[in-house]
Design a protein around this ligand. Structure first.
Ligand code: PGA
Length: 252
């Protein structure tokens, strides 16, 4: 059975003090949970502070982005070596907000995925269709291309996590139904199976993201191919994030 994962993407929220408070509460509220994986992705500025709170605990640290060089004259960028140094184990790559506001393209996302892996970190690779793409009936085409391009040339699938996040469901309060989400998750697993073989596909963790709350996670995690959640808004409150984690741990 695949391990579940619940990851909190705090986006551009929290000062260092706020991040410490939330991460302490999440650590406390989940200390009896010993299976699955809990991941926190605070902003860069709070990474080290959160690392100090969660080190030696069951919670792992993630960054929300990075640049695909080790170091150099890239003003404003942060390298995976620096992220590893702050205690990160994961990096979110290709989030739809980065694609939309910072014009990240599949080729750059692919460079990032490869760099994250070669640094010994694990990418959480985000894919998902927009509302108009879903209306046009091209969800699988779009998601399939995103997956293939993000993973182009990648052989080390063991350390990859994919997050399916329909763009229209992110931060909108709209949800994919469990069956809509399951259909895309199954499709992603199918594509991975075609390229890498069935056992790689069966071991791949695929998370759902988009307005996940303690109220809707139960039905989502009951789906066979949904292995957890990438949570935005609801991860900023320890109570709701802990509520999501508990529901997932109960069902898996
Ligand atoms: P949301 O964000 O849970 O606030 O919709 C999810 C995400 O962007 O990862």
């Amino acid at each position: 059975m695949r391990r579940w994962m619940v990851a909190g993407n705090w986006k551009m929220h929290t000062t260092i003090g706020e991040a410490e408070t939330i991460s302490k509460a999440i650590k406390e509220g989940t200390k009896d949970i010993d299976k699955g994986e809990i991941v926190l992705a605070p902003p860069y500025t709070a990474l080290y502070a959160v690392h100090k709170v969660i080190k030696d605990s069951h919670i792992a640290l993630a960054a929300q982005n990075m640049y695909f060089q080790d170091k150099g004259a890239y003003t404003g960028e942060v390298s995976p070596i620096m992220l590893k140094d702050t205690g990160c184990a994961y990096v979110i790559v290709g989030h739809s907000e980065r694609r939309k506001y910072f014009y990240e393209k599949d080729e750059e996302i692919n460079e990032k995925v490869k760099k994250v892996l070669s640094t010994g970190l694990k990418p959480i690779v985000c894919v998902g269709e927009t509302e108009s793409e879903r209306e046009k009936g091209i969800t699988e085409f779009v998601v399939g291309m995103q997956v293939k391009k993000a993973l182009f040339g990648v052989t080390d699938m063991e350390h990859i996590v994919i997050a399916y996040e329909p763009v229209w469901a992110i931060g909108t309060g709209k949800n994919a139904t469990p069956m809509e989400a399951e259909t895309v998750h199954r499709f992603i697993r199918h594509i991975i199976g075609d390229v890498y073989g069935d056992s790689v596909a069966q071991n791949l963790q695929i998370l759902y993201g988009g307005s996940v709350t303690p109220d809707n996670i139960g039905a989502l995690i009951a789906m066979e191919d949904i292995d957890g959640a990438l949570v935005g808004g609801a991860s900023l409150k320890a109570e709701s994030f802990t509520g999501i984690i508990r529901k997932v741990a109960e069902k898996r």
